[in-house]
Design a protein around this ligand. Structure first.
Ligand code: FES
Length: 249
C-alpha cells in the first residue's frame, strides 16, 4: 500500500552486499596478488596466512598448516570468522533481512513469507552466535594491527611509509571502530551489572562503547568499503598494475 520510494533502501543495500560477497569470494579463491614483499603489505582477506603455500614473507605467524591444495583459500583461518561476524551483526541483520531475506523489506510492507518464526529456527537461529564471532573478530583485529606494523617497510628494507601503509592503517582504524561499537562488545563491557557505581571502569567503558554504538551502522559500511579498497590497492600494487606512492623512503 505504500506509495513512497521505500524500495530504494533495500535495493541499494542489496547491491552493496552482493558486490562485496562476489568480490570477496573471487579474491579469496584467487590465491595471488595478496602480498607486496617490498613493503610488507598483506591484504586483510589473506591474514593470517598460515600455510606453506603462502608467498614468502606473508606469514607473520608462521605456517603451522603446511601446504594447501589450490581450492582451499589461504585466508581460511580467519575468513569464516570475519564473514560470520558480519553476517550475524545486528546492523547487517537489519540490512540483510530488508534487502535479501525480504523479512520485512520495510515498515508496513507485507513480507512474502507465510509464517514468521524470528530467529528461532534454522538457518536464522545461527544469528544468535554473534557474541562468539565477536570474540574471534577481536583476536583477528589484533592480527590486523600486527600486519599494519609490518606495512612500514622502506625501499632499503628499513622504515618507510607509502600510500599502502596509510590505507592499511585507515582500514585497521575502521575495523577497530566497527568491532568496538558492536552490540556484543557493549554487553561485554557493561552488561549484566546491577550497580554501575560498583564497577566504575566497566561503566566508563560501557559509556564510551554506547556512544560508538550509535554509529555502528556507519562503522559497518565504512569498514566494508575500507576492506575492499585495501585489498584492491594491494592487489593492484602486487600485480604491478600501479606503483605504490612512496611518502618516506
Ligand atoms: Fe554489528 Fe556486533 S552488532 S558487529
Amino acid at each position: 500500500m505504500r506509495t513512497d520510494g521505500w524500495r530504494s533502501y533495500p535495493l541499494s543495500v542489496a547491491a552493496i552486499l552482493l558486490f562485496f560477497i562476489v568480490y570477496s569470494t573471487i579474491r579469496i579463491f584467487m590465491a595471488k596478488w595478496y602480498f607486496v614483499p617490498e613493503h610488507g603489505y598483506l591484504t586483510p582477506l589473506y591474514s593470517p596466512c598460515l600455510s606453506d603455500s603462502c608467498v614468502e614473507g606473508s606469514s607473520h605467524f608462521g605456517t603451522p598448516f603446511g601446504a594447501f591444495p589450490a581450492w582451499i583459500p589461504l585466508g581460511l583461518a580467519a575468513f569464516p570468522f570475519v564473514a560470520g561476524f558480519r553476517v550475524t551483526c545486528y546492523y547487517y541483520r537489519k540490512a540483510g533481512y530488508r534487502s535479501l531475506w525480504l523479512s520485512p523489506q520495510a515498515c508496513a510492507v507485507q513480507e512474502p513469507h507465510k509464517k514468521y518464526s524470528g530467529e528461532t529456527r534454522f538457518p536464522l537461529v545461527f544469528m544468535n552466535s554473534h557474541r562468539y564471532f565477536f570474540y574471534a573478530a577481536s583476536i583477528i583485529l589484533l592480527i590486523n594491527v600486527w600486519d599494519a606494523f609490518h606495512a612500514f617497510k622502506g625501499n632499503d628494507g628499513g622504515f618507510g611509509i607509502g600510500l599502502g601503509s596509510l590505507i592499511i592503517v585507515a582500514n585497521v582504524l575502521a575495523l577497530a571502530g566497527y568491532t568496538a561499537s558492536c552490540h556484543a562488545c557493549r554487553h561485554v563491557m557493561g552488561g549484566r551489572l546491577k550497580h554501575f557505581s560498583k564497577h566504575p571502569v566497566r561503566y566508563r567503558l560501557w559509556t564510551l562503547i554506547s556512544k560508538l554504538n550509535t554509529r555502528h551502522g556507519t562503522f559497518a559500511m565504512t569498514s566494508l568499503v575500507t576492506v575492499i579498497l585495501t585489498d584492491a590497492y594491494i592487489m593492484a600494487v602486487s600485480a604491478h598494475w600501479i606503483t605504490d606512492l612512496r611518502i618516506w623512503n
